[in-house]
Ligand binder design. Structure first.
Ligand code: FES
Length: 271
């Protein structure tokens, strides 16, 4: 069971309207997160669990006497608005790393990432993990989507780890005009180099579309789900998600404890 640990904000910059990167110094004993895991983050000494926000790990680097954890997040409510006001040197409480991580087989030759908005955060950490720990030869193609050029975040860092990053924007102001899944579908029809594993994180509509697109394929695909969470450890049932078992039967799981990484074919996208 993870205990709450204290971190100190190193910087907390707005990198696009309403989007921030927060760097936090953490103690040496902080466990190295798996790609896809998240951390519950809140202001030091806050007693309000709803101000504790689940943030995906964007990067994690160990140093001599500690480590640096980075989060890329968007203001979506009171909790993230409070986090955005934190300044260098202020303390925060961290619970994690929590949840399961992406499956990262070493046997594949081509991984495809599909990222929308701040969904880029866990996928960047995944690309870094693949590149640094598994194979420097693996082909990694990333499809990165946003509403417009101003909303594209994390592109340069992704380019450091990916073989190719294909940008698409809804209004055509950068990259391909259209939604990110259209670019993926076009490439699947017109270019060689089939994906051997697909990873996705972004708006639910994007992932639902992806699930329909690959319904007839047998390529493995994992998604990272984002839900509002209060406890983050499976105790409050506040993050229920409708899932399907192998026989197609419906049941509810907890994003924080059973996820946040799920097989795309096990999520009931109609709910
Ligand atoms: Fe409490 Fe998931 S947030 S059970």
């Amino acid at each position: 069971m993870n205990a709450i640990q204290h971190g100190k904000v190193q910087f907390n910059h707005e990198v696009a309207p309403g989007h921030f990167i927060m760097s936090v110094g953490v103690p040496e004993r902080f466990e190295t997160p798996l790609p896809g895991q998240f951390v519950m983050v809140r202001m030091r000494n806050s007693m309000d669990p709803f101000l504790s926000r689940p943030l995906s790990v964007y990067s994690f680097e160990r140093q001599r006497n500690g480590a640096t954890l980075e989060f890329l997040y968007r203001i979506v409510g009171k909790g993230t608005a409070c986090l955005s006001r934190l300044r260098e040197g202020e303390g925060i409480d961290l619970l994690g790393p929590l949840g399961n991580g992406f499956h990262t087989p070493s046997s594949i030759d081509h991984a495809v990432l599909v990222a929308g908005g701040v969904g880029v955060a866990p996928l960047t950490y995944l690309a870094c993990h693949y590149r640094r720990r598994i194979s420097s030869f693996l082909k990694i193609t990333c499809y990165l989507g946003a509403k417009s050029a101003a909303d594209i975040i994390g592109l340069e860092r992704l380019q450091d780890f990916c073989s190719e990053v294909i940008v698409s924007t809804d209004d055509g102001s950068q990259g391909v005009c259209g939604v990110v899944t259209d670019a993926l579908a076009w490439d699947a029809r017109n270019r060689a180099g089939n994906a051997e594993f697909i990873y996705a994180c972004g708006p639910r509509a994007m992932m639902k579309c992806l699930s329909e697109q690959i319904a007839e394929d047998d390529v493995p695909c994992q998604v990272s789900l984002e839900e509002r969470m209060a406890c983050g450890v499976g105790a409050c049932l506040g993050c229920a998600v409708a899932l399907r078992n192998r026989m197609g039967g419906l049941y509810h799981g907890r994003v924080c404890k059973d996820g946040p990484i799920f097989n795309i074919r096990r999520v009931n996208w109609d709910e």
